[in-house]
Design a protein around this ligand. Sequence first.
Ligand code: HEC
Length: 655
Amino acid sequence: MSSVEIIVASLRGAHVAALVSLFGTLVFLTLVARAAMAEAPVDAPRLHWRLLRLARVSTAFALVIGTAWLVVETVVIAGTDDIATTLRALPVVAWQTQFGQWLLLRGLLLLVVLGLLRPRRAGLAVAPMLGAPMLRAPMPGAPMLGAVLLAGIALVLQPLLGHAGAIGGGVGATLIASEVMHLLAAGAWLGSLLPLFITIGTLPHNFAATACRSFTPIGLSAVLVLAGTAVLQVTDLMGDMPGLFGTGYGHVALVKVGLFGVLLALAAVNRLALTDRLAGAAPDAARRHMRTSIAIETVLGAVVVITAGFLATHTPGTHEEPVWPFPWRPSLSVFAEPDLRGEVIGALVAVGVAVIMTVAGMIWRRMRWPALVVAAIIAARAIPHLDLLLVEAFPTSFFTSPTEFAATAIAHGAKLFAANCVACHGAEGHGDGPTAKSLPIHPADLTAQHLWAHSDGEMFWYVSHGFDAPEGGVAMPGFAGTLSSEARWDLIDYLHAHNAGDSMRSTGTWSHPVPVPQFDATCADGHAIDLDDLRGRVLRIIAVSGDAATLSVPLAARGITTILLARKHMAATDPAACVTSEPETWTAFAILSGVPDDALVGEQVLVDQNHWLRAHWRPGEPGDWNDPQAFASVVADLAAHPIAADTGSGHAHQH
Ligand code: HEC
């Protein structure tokens, strides 16, 4: 983060903190303090006056800091570096950017609130400092309710000034809705802390205890809303766990969650232990403890709000490669292994039983200790088996490949493999290269199904950092120093394509879902397409020897795009077909089919709507695809058995 970004984030946070304080104070005045003020008519005017002053000071802070924020954003947006040009750019940013317009609207609302909060308007009939007692607690009048409403609106404008506003569309709308709820709840809870502090210092102790009790329903519902909406925002913006643990954005969010936990604990102590003591025998000590605890809460609350300001400035985790910080990650892959599955399920059931026994022990007092002891023994025996739910992980485990499984990447990877890897892994990747025998451990068979158990990010780690042999020494060198990261990603695409081709050659099918490699093609009307333009369509790819006229295939078929794969340049002449003639695309399809480049002519491949490679036919094989009826039945079979779009190697094209 640059220093300007830090200043922007701090100003944004401080500005929101002032708005939170304003909204919370007004909520406190209208909803929480009334019962206590009615009970304590002598002290009520003084309390009322103090709270009103707090609200006014908060408004003034919000206005001043908001202005400073506008100035600094102007410097950032307009790139100005002296006062005169900044001042000239100020009205432009204020009037002509979305940010400026929303901020101006907020400023206007705050000025109106300031007017409504003048003591006479806000329902304070008697100047309280003169000590004239009031006979009843002031009921909130129209100006007061208006002030609460406007302060709430000013607060919830916040998302329009940050990411959620910029995202737009469906995601934008739910995010904005949840952020609005989140802000109102934060305002009602955190903003009420200072008023609570003042109330406990102003009112006699038993009336202060009344105020604490009236605060409970508001505080509790605010906490529930905060937690619920936070979960929504985290999953939407962060791309789940890797984003949370692996990105700067996620770390700030974790700090926020941690502080929230501490705040919650302090609030629980205040309400469950100290409030009753405030109304009880030793009120003075309770009052002191409570004020200290609320003061700490207030500071932490301010830190939370300012942290949120940093979150809004930082790039959300979905745009960043997450660097995984732990040496393992959770994985459900064990459920695919029949001999281990039972062990894990047994352990999970045992942990469930232990939890039920613990809960039962809490409820049924007489059985408490025996139940807890048995539960502890069961848990202690079961939990170690759960490490089967963890697999080894690396900092790059959740990296995604930037190559989009392009044909050019696969072809490039093939060359790199021949130059760097065959000595150990062998020309066909079976782990039988010339130097394999002399190695401390046997090189892996890269054509095994096991290869697909690793995420792209894990493969990237292996190729970058290699392996040490268990007895010491290097089993496989890392290539981070000799090959660029693009080259290493290309190698991984080749390993996947080659593995698929090996399966096709030995079994006649692709036993693991493989996406179609990306390539460009030209269609008859001369326009160039890439495969993303054809998403949702079934593709029939035919490797031709160079002359489309010799094809005996009827090319036009409903819902299907035919693509002729040529080895040499060829013009797209048939209006029913597109042509691709990059040599890399030819090579990539030869690798995926498990044949040498020269043997690909005549081969046909069928790709489903989600762009998985599905079926494959070569001249001489049964079920001649050049016969329209036979071909139609292959297409129908494919449509009847779709592959879920998220199965596979994580090669989703959209990334
Ligand atoms: C010096 C010999 C050597 C060279 C060169 C070498 N490897 Fe390896 N490779 C190994 C050995 C040995 C293993 C097995 C390590 C183990 O099982 O702990 C291995 C394992 C792997 C694995 C893990 C496979 C799995 O399923 O667990 C991958 C992926 C891999 N190598 C890719 C490559 C690539 C790509 C290259 C070329 C850039 C390469 N290797 C070059 C020796 C080598």
